[in-house]
Write a protein that binds this ligand. Sequence first.
Ligand SMILES: C[S@@+](CC[C@H](N)C(=O)[O-])C[C@H]1O[C@@H](n2cnc3c(N)ncnc32)[C@H](O)[C@@H]1O
Length: 342
Amino acid sequence: MTVLDLFAGAGGAALGLHSAGFEHVACVERDASAAATLRAAGFPAVEADVRDVDYTALAGTVDVLWASPPCQAWSSANQHDGPKGADDIARNGWPWTLRIVGIVRPRWAIFENVKNARRYVERAVLPELRKLYAHVSLWVLNAADHGAPQSRTRIFVIAGPRPVTPPIGTARRTMRDAIGIAYDRPSPCVMTNEGKGRPTDPAWWRKLNNASDALSIATDGARRKLTLAECATLQTFPEGYPFAGRPEERYRQVGNAVPPSLAAAVARAVRAAEEGLGTIREGLSSIGTSGDRIERLLSAAVGVLRRRPPRGIDPDDIDGFVARNVGQLRAMVGDSLSRRTA
Ligand SMILES: C[S@@+](CC[C@H](N)C(=O)[O-])C[C@H]1O[C@@H](n2cnc3c(N)ncnc32)[C@H](O)[C@@H]1O
């Protein structure tokens, strides 16, 4: 599956998508140092403002458009003052993101954002997506439940032709497991303002870690700033990931990123929904049925499974069930088609 990644940063989401088997056609990012990181990591970076890119050549060709729109309007630094100046892309990247979705018309649209943006998204974004997609969901996921040793709660919006089952959480890892600092919980959220202030200033340390008890966590008793490598590990970047730029630029890229492990969990969920049904669709075309009829019959069949999951089938795993039972479903839909034709 192909991806257009908007506001791609240093490639946290891109790495997750890549590990779930997605292939990038472009990663659009206007910050020069983040774009340099993307290039060094092997992603097709387009160093530009998302508003200045001509997307018409991609229309109808992209499987997934992933975007993490800027969200200053809801960040704690701006006291959650909402989307004033809603067309100012730095404060609120959603209107532009929706415009680009309208041009590219991806099969799936996946968006990530801070949780404070939820009410705005429910009011202003989901209704627009429902005009374009049959299934639109909003998930609230904590990276700590999806492989990251860090508590970081974000909203995800998934819009596409099929319902998607949210990823199932995995066991939590602690800060001690990940970077050896004596703190037996996932770390507080890794933030972007690491380059500022003095590392020994308690207020700075609290800000860095977003927790009052963080003052005591340094192994040697000294209050110190987490190293870039430590922050990158808490965000689940692989060791040696080639962050480019000055130290404060690299810290910003790490703090801004979607943890790759979380992006991968979301990407795998979308892929499961797509592939289970894609395999069946292929099978059906091989027995000579036309695209539209297949879509309708498959939706009906999966709809029935969702409403009345067969005994012994996990209702949260219908897509997995569909994927594993391609043969039977194919026979079932084929049989129903031939009876109708007869
Ligand atoms: C929250 S970060 C994205 C993180 C990224 N998805 C990741 O996983 O690493 C938002 C990014 O959008 C970029 N950005 C903001 N406004 C932009 C614009 N108008 N055009 C292109 N990039 C922009 C910022 O430089 C920043 O890197």
